[in-house]
Design a protein around this ligand. Sequence first.
Ligand code: HEC
Ligand code: HEC
Length: 289
Amino acid sequence: MALEERDPVTGRLTTGHQWNGIKELNTPVPRVVYVFLILTITFGLVYALCMPAIPLGRTYTKGILGYDERTAVQRDLEGAAAAKAPWHDALDRLDYRELAADPVVMQEIRETGRFLFGQNCAACHGINASGNRGFPNLAGGALNWGDTPEAIEQTIRVGVNSSHPESRIAQMPAFGQDGILQRPEVDAVVAYVHDLSREGIDASRQRHPAGQEIFKAQCAACHGAEARGNSDLGAPNLTDRTWLYGGDIQTILDTVWQGRQGQMPSWESRLGARNIKLLSAYVSSLRKE
Ligand code: HEC
Ligand code: HEC
């Protein structure tokens, strides 16, 4: 093993090491690697000097620039709050009619409302608020609890059959299951209700006199003598074409046989008064379109 051996092909010196006849060239580290090493080390030192960097038990080196993520986030939040302040103020101050008349505020309500609705309500009511079986269409059609913005606000605030102490209570009794009516009576009143929205109340009365009698005795207290519903009780209008559960014979039979107690969560503690007002104005604006 000779020192100072030169590789005949490349002309470089070898290190003198040899494995199974293969010799290692003594190639120097390229200069560019040193340059990058120096640059990165310098950057690291400068960064550690300027920015918060080295933990020291309960504290850390703060850096000479005094930068702090926490204050940066705080500043961003304050900036966002300041940007929203004028229309938040409008939201607190104005009533629903005044809000609807202010195009600038309504623009904000539509944008933020759509976002809030998507996050909190769309899972049940659909992204366009058009509802689903058992989940009311909020964007059109009759609402069981009233369609003024104030009524909508109340529903969102306390919910329906929710755990909120002031919750709205929707109790459609289980006439069949609980033995209030016998099967033929249920069938008769179901046929009567089925034809209310299709044929009109007069035609249905003529066609199903027995069903009408049962309706008067058992159902009118909540749904009204003319079956137009009662928004204080959340009892739907049965003469229109809006159905929460469905208007075919089988679904009406299921409803009357086993009852219905729809559940809408209360949002008071989760969203707060201002966001609930915003959502009520948003839902009302959908209904106007
Ligand atoms: C104690 C009040 C009450 C009485 C009595 C009552 N209902 Fe109801 N009914 C309701 C309520 C409240 C709802 C809405 C249930 C919900 O929101 O989940 C409802 C829902 C319905 C629906 C579903 C409508 C839809 O949109 O899908 C039908 C059909 C119906 N009732 C028919 C009847 C018939 C027929 C009778 C009499 C045999 C009757 N109800 C008696 C309170 C009542
Ligand atoms: C877990 C499902 C669910 C979620 C989430 C939900 N809802 Fe509901 N919502 C319901 C159901 C079910 C009803 C029907 C209650 C009944 O039977 O009367 C309802 C009813 C309503 C009503 C009354 C409709 C009427 O006919 O009078 C309004 C208004 C409403 N929801 C708005 C909202 C808003 C706004 C949100 C979001 C903050 C929301 N809901 C989130 C299930 C939900």
